[in-house]
Design a protein around this ligand. Sequence first.
Ligand code: ZN
Ligand code: MN
Length: 472
Amino acid sequence: MSYEVVMGLEVHVEMSTESKLFCSCSAKFGAEQNENVCPACSGMPGFPAIVNKRAIELGIAAGLVTNCKIASVMSFDKKNYFYPDLPTGYQITQFFAPICTNGWVELESGKRITLKQIHIEEDAGKLVHESRTRKTLVDFNRASVPLIEIVSNPDFRTADEVNEYLEKLRLLLSFAGISDCKMQEGSMRCDINLSVREMGNEVLGTRTEMKNMNSLKAITRAIEYESQRHIDALETGSEKLIQETRRWDDDVGMSYSMREKEEAADYRYFPNPELMPVVIDEAWIEAVRAELPEPAHEKCERMINELCLPEYDSKIISGSQNLSRIFDDTYKYFDKAKDVSNWILGELLAIAKDTDTDDDDISVDAVKFATVIRLVDEGKINRSVGKKVLLKVFEDDIDPEVYIEENSLGMVSDTGLLESAIKEVLTENEKSVAEYRGGSQKVFGFLVGQVMKKTAGKADPRSVNELLKKML
Ligand code: ZN
Ligand code: MN
């Protein structure tokens, strides 16, 4: 018997707003526990909610980049449940009139993953389990931070499709400035609804939901495990599948039952009487559309077609909102696109790797970066000195020209100086010289290295090559 896996995704994305959804507390990640908390977001009675306009604009933007219909009127509802990280006893979300409906995201194959809706909602707090005191504490920093939840239809058939979709979403949303979409920091999390049916059967099987998945690798493993569990159950009757919520334990490589799945009715959704419906007119939508930056795929095409960059470079740079921004800013001050791209993919990413910096967190002054590239291009410094200077720009924000002057790092291409350095190297390395003259090409590189060393890495490598060949 052959089976088909059917999946739908609910993706929660934290929006990059300054403040929370219904109060003016900071929504930034990484504060001290319970630092960003006020009576409104900690659920004290009698404190009114006021909607963050920016969150609605980012919600509209999310709908625009995923081809959704934007609602002309949206409203907020209460989803009632009890859990210690939810101080009010209800989550403010959108049930009856979500901000966006009926969108799609296209995969490389041309297949469209259709979206049922995108709604805005507030995040809950976070439980902190202390093993020392065996107590559980609550951190409300995240309570009421604005989220969008992107709900797809059950259009996925493979883990690869799920991965590609999440990667596409990350690009669309991060380029539009809606979220940084960092799965490792929890600003993008995904619930997977999965069921299995016999190939050709139109009726969906019993579905289970795995919640809060936050790494692509774990998602792939979880899908493999869970679909096999379903198939085994169908084939052998080893267990009875029930509609339930399950927890994926990535260390063990298994999913565990958490609770039987609630139906919408269990939450007793009702319109939030404290929040008026919000009217979204065409002018507002168009204003948001006008502010949308160039999306990743268009940037990639432009880099290839207009800037004549290789597809490889274009894909890597346009695959990160931050690298794209660095490219654009630097290119403004040094307009040889291929040089800028080489420096980003070569030296800058190497520095990021060496200093354990995430691509998305690299921050470098564009004017200074462009200056380093220009000085190498003009032959004022050689490339390896250039990389050292760039590291200094990256770490200490030094001024490249001043730094090169002060440390006399300028390139040595003065023939006299180079010749005397080469002479010294030749007398110090008689054995290698003899080997070279005996026909060994290998030692040539070694001798070049010795000359570079003698000039503290400042020699112009091209001149060294030429002179050395002549003098040997
Ligand atoms: Zn607050
Ligand atoms: Mn949700």
